[in-house]
Ligand binder design. Sequence first.
Ligand code: HEC
Ligand code: HEC
Length: 462
Amino acid sequence: MTCHLYLSSLALAGCCLVLASGCSREAEVTFAPREDLQAFAPKHQTQLAAGLEEYFGTANSPRFMVVAPDEEQPEDAAEPLLVQQVDRLHLAHGRDVYTRQCAGCHGNTGDGQGPAAPYLDPLPRDYRLGKFKFTSTPRGSKPRREDLARIIRRGAKGTSMPSFRWMSEEDLQAVIDYVVLLSSRGEMEYRVMRFADLELGGKLDMQDATPEKIAEAEKEVPDIDPAIFADEARFVADSWRQADDVIVRPLTPQTPYTEEAVAAGARAFVALNCYKCHGRDGRGNRVQDVGKDDWGHVAYAADLTTGMLHGGRRPVDIYRRIYAGINGTPMPAFAQPDTASGETELQRSETIWNLVHFVTSIVEGKPLPQDVIDEAIREQLKNLETQTQPEAGDTPAPEAPAGDTSTNQPPAPESPPAESPTVAPPTTEPPATETPAAESPAEPPAGEDSKNNAASAEGAPD
Ligand code: HEC
Ligand code: HEC
């Protein structure tokens, strides 16, 4: 703990230095275009920049426009009517807070490339994919506003993401809107760029091309129709709106933390192949190849023994990490029961609670029931041998590959976001029942939740 505190204050100090040195040119905040856009027809680059500016303004003068609802659209208008999503003064305030407190790591454009970024591991989030890891929503969904508030208030333990627990509520709300703006802008840029590539052939061969050649080549390429911006803006705005309706609430009430529950969790840790990524001692494994994350960086299964869960250590946080997986990373969702063996959704939920207790015991540094784990692994290997010929139909729920396959292959990471799901995938059906949630309906301000049970302590503030 001491060590952790020391590390985070170090990161903070480093960041303040960076921010301080940036102060002299404070007024000069600008948005940078994606680097991979340079390969596109110059006119597409210009059109994309103009489209982004129409919806999101400039860094100096941000705005957040969305397509007006259908009933407000004038008939036969050449271009869709846009309306203000967030008040401009509020956004400018969010920009100021962000520039002062966040851009040193996350970058002015939200690309995760602030001046401090090269020194940080894990890297600051690049918001432009529209993907966030520590959400209360199903895999593939956007975070809820509360999720963003929570990570900003409490930080991400074990990473350089600091805790802003003393930020005023006004600053917090403004910076959240600004992060959503940067994320929406970045996702729109990415999606329109993909469209220009796949549908318009906008990516040119620029190798040793003279300006004349490029000008000639781009004549063949159709313009980006403004309707594309409207479509993509609608898509992105809808995906944020949907997040509010799909909160993951545990399907069954939280079970008590007991030794039996921990042992059952240890067996599930083997049966669902968690140990193949996280190691039989939960230490993770920096060597084991679990693939890349959607940002293109090598992913590592978390070392649970550090005691620092990036997404929070309340039981409900851990439940959600296991149930929904971790967006943008190889950590799969385990929501789907193994129907082939007759497992029900409710049984799966109970298994997840056992896993929560098992993970909690590791996080709290309790001795592992290593005999239970080793026994379960021997059992698993024996079953594998007796299964003479694995049938194609043997792998049940396709949504939770690592949970179900009997191979050592980590699941393929989700492919980069081009076709990112509009609707939540099947695992992510909003839980039908409003079950006794393991959290209070209004989440208390982050870091201050004092649930009276084994995993409640969020640790000291940084
Ligand atoms: C010292 C560097 C640093 C500063 C300053 C910083 N962050 Fe972060 N932030 C990070 C890192 C690193 C991560 C990634 C953590 C991870 O991947 O586990 C992160 C992640 C995030 C996430 C993503 C959470 C998720 O669920 O994926 C959000 C949102 C965020 N930061 C917002 C902010 C805001 C807002 C500020 C300013 C008020 C800020 N950060 C300041 C380093 C920083
Ligand atoms: C395919 C490999 C893989 C499998 C299988 C896997 N995980 Fe993970 N897990 C990961 C990766 C990668 C991360 C780190 C994600 C990140 O934050 O970047 C992770 C992170 C975690 C975390 C940390 C969350 C936090 O807040 O920091 C927990 C807890 C966890 N996994 C539990 C489990 C459990 C329980 C299972 C089995 C039911 C499991 N994992 C199966 C790859 C895997």
